[in-house]
Write a protein that binds this ligand. Structure first.
Ligand SMILES: NCc1[nH]cc(CCC(=O)O)c1CC(=O)O
Length: 304
């Protein structure tokens, strides 16, 4: 048997839960005993910087920077990421080789039974510009405040520092937390790549690519690639409120919905498209350009 592959992951409880899911899927697919894949935790800049919103410090790259460095240097064989936190442009040395089947894509509100149910003027903690803008669009009376920290930290602030918070259902579920009420996607469209866990290896590592290909879930892969292509084309930063969700039908066609908002949610542009990703792979980029063309100035200014 070959030597155990080394999996690089962040050390947060959610990152570790996701890393174990990928390790278990690989072990099962290749007939390795449970625990064969070695986990190596890597502290990223994103983990280190807890006092400021990441958007102010340098954005998503901070969640993968050190993982990328270890992987490129050959200290690990692959990295596992929340695809939502992975920059839409990746180093050429790295290859996204697998995605697990996507989990619940919705956000959940914790601290109220729905957005409409939040009391007048309630204070909602979120550091996501998308969630803040979508929330304010529906409920301009609400206040939002940036909160950071891992899922447990944020939950701990509900009822004390804030009245409510919004979190991804996928993350809560993976941590075994049943708290919160799901918000339907036509009310709050999720972030590009939300609820998808991906594995990335060195582009030239054919062996690792083949091992990971065995656990790649094609419908999730197609949907997440479409959302990431959309996100790349609209540009913007971590300050830019952007939502995108693609759903793969049984025939492989994708239904891609997307939304751009102004920071306070007062203005918005949205669109959707159904297409065959094999025949028209440029469609997400076209949708992005269409939304940018139609975007009001306050929205456009936040993007490319
Ligand atoms: N930005 C942090 C982050 N990255 C991925 C998830 C949730 C899991 C996922 O979307 O796959 C979370 C927490 C959250 O948004 O509630």
């Amino acid at each position: 048997m070959q030597r155990p592959p080394i999996l690089g992951t962040r050390g947060s409880p959610l990152a570790l839960a996701q890393a174990r899911m990928v390790a278990a899927a690989l072990e099962q697919a290749h007939g390795w005993e449970p625990g064969f894949v070695q986990l190596r935790t890597v502290r990223t800049s994103g983990d280190r910087i807890q006092d400021r919103p990441l958007a102010e410090v340098g954005g998503k790259y901070l969640w993968t920077k050190e993982l990328d460095q270890h992987l490129i240097a050959g200290e690990t064989d692959f990295s596992v990421h929340s695809m939502k936190d992975v920059e839409s442009v990746r180093p050429a040395e790295l290859h996204l080789a697998a995605m697990l089947p996507r989990a619940d894509v919705r956000d959940r509100v914790v601290g109220a039974s729905s957005i409409n149910d939040l009391s007048q003027g309630a204070l909602v903690g979120t550091s996501s510009p998308r969630r803040a803008a979508q929330l304010l669009r529906r409920r301009p009376d609400l206040q939002t405040v940036s909160i950071r920290g891992n899922v447990a930290t944020r939950l701990g602030k509900v009822g004390t520092e804030v009245d409510a918070t919004l979190l991804a259902a996928a993350g809560l579920d993976r941590l075994g937390i049943s708290e919160g009420c799901a918000i339907e996607t036509d009310f709050m469209l999720p972030a590009p790549a939300q609820a998808a866990v991906g594995a990335e290896c060195r582009s030239e590592d054919e062996g690792m690519r083949a091992l990971l290909a065995a656990i790649n879930h094609l419908p999730t892969c197609a949907a997440v690639h479409a959302e990431r292509a959309f996100a790349r084309e609209v540009g913007g930063s971590c300050h830019s409120p952007v939502a995108a969700l693609a759903i793969a039908g049984p025939d492989g066609r994708l239904w891609l919905r997307a939304e751009l908002l102004s920071t306070d949610g007062s203005e918005q542009v949205a669109g959707e498209v159904r297409y065959d990703p094999d025949n028209a792979p440029e469609t997400p980029r076209q949708l992005a350009r269409d939304l940018l063309d139609r975007a009001p100035p306050s929205v456009r200014a936040l993007f490319a």
